[in-house]
Design a protein around this ligand. Sequence first.
Ligand code: XIL
Length: 375
Amino acid sequence: MAKTYTHILSLAAILLASCAGIRTSSAQTIPSLKEIFKNDFLIGAAINTMQIEEKDSAANRLIEQQFNAVTPENIMKAQIIHPSWNTYNFELADKLVAFAARNNIKINAHTLIWHSQLPIFMRKMQNADSVKEYFQNHITTVAARYDGKVYSWDVVNEALNEDGSLRNSVFLQKLGPDYVVEAFRLAQKATPHSKLYYNDYNIEQPQKRAGAIALIKKIQAAGVRIDGVGIQGHWKYDKVPMADIEESIKEFSALGIEVMFTEVDLSVLPNPGDKQTADVSATSQSSNEMNPYTNGLPDSVAQKQASAYADLFNLFLKYKDKISRVTFWGVADGESWLNGWPIRGRTNYPLLFDRNFQPKPAFYEVIDQRKNDKD
Ligand code: XIL
């Protein structure tokens, strides 16, 4: 009996100690990314519906403490905000605006024109005039509603192929190659108080980068405003293309626009066919080999990921006068889209906070880069 009692007591002591541990290592006592980098660039995160509705308390705490910019992960995409010809669904975006205003967070609205996550009515559209009307209505209505309420817009997302040519989207097919310029022209009119950006993945790669530069120059030559370019930054932790990233910062900023890293996450899982892409339609099947860390991330991998993040932030700091924002695509590992893409049901660890919303080695490495930076 006495033995059982002692046993229960010691169990209680362990429990208490671990609770205290959680408290002392909680987000309240860790450094804040937005504070540490406040003179360098904005620090953002993509946030999901639960977080916008403030129903994910641990994540919400981190958002408020760590980030001064957010990008809605899905709720401002056409499929959700404009589900049918005459229906707009502004409820969640309005909540986002209120949440961000209350917490002094800038919103990068994402995204007006993208070939993916389009509403069904739009995907079925054959008639070029209807596509044109949709295009004008969509940009004008959505952008105008949030003028002055969002800091910036990803006006066009992922318009390019890997070789730098224009992607064969419904917009290219029905509106012709000037549609990107037209999207910026309409956005400029509808939202004079928001910054206007072009956003894409792999545009740090030489060929695609050249395509992006040509596109940006075309917008500028038309006398239309473009304020910046977003390099998404969905990279593999052991293959971050550092030299290409550095060259891209130089070349894009030479166009006189802001450079941003808008969707950063460093996957630790193998890619099917070992491809470097963020094409949302590129999905495959799961297997144990493709999902090796279901029981936790080995320390060695966590450390390697941390040093990849360190190198990346070191580079960002070197060019901090050219970089206006660095945004992670998610808050914590458990909610990252990379658990479901390009293979469903995997356990990935791409961000700075783990599944318990605790900072990972990568978080401390990122913080340390700023501390080591002289000015
Ligand atoms: C992703 C979201 O994270 C997922 O929740 C959704 O199912 C698909 O889209 N590039 C982009 C983002 O610009 O909008 C994508 O977001 C990821 C790739």
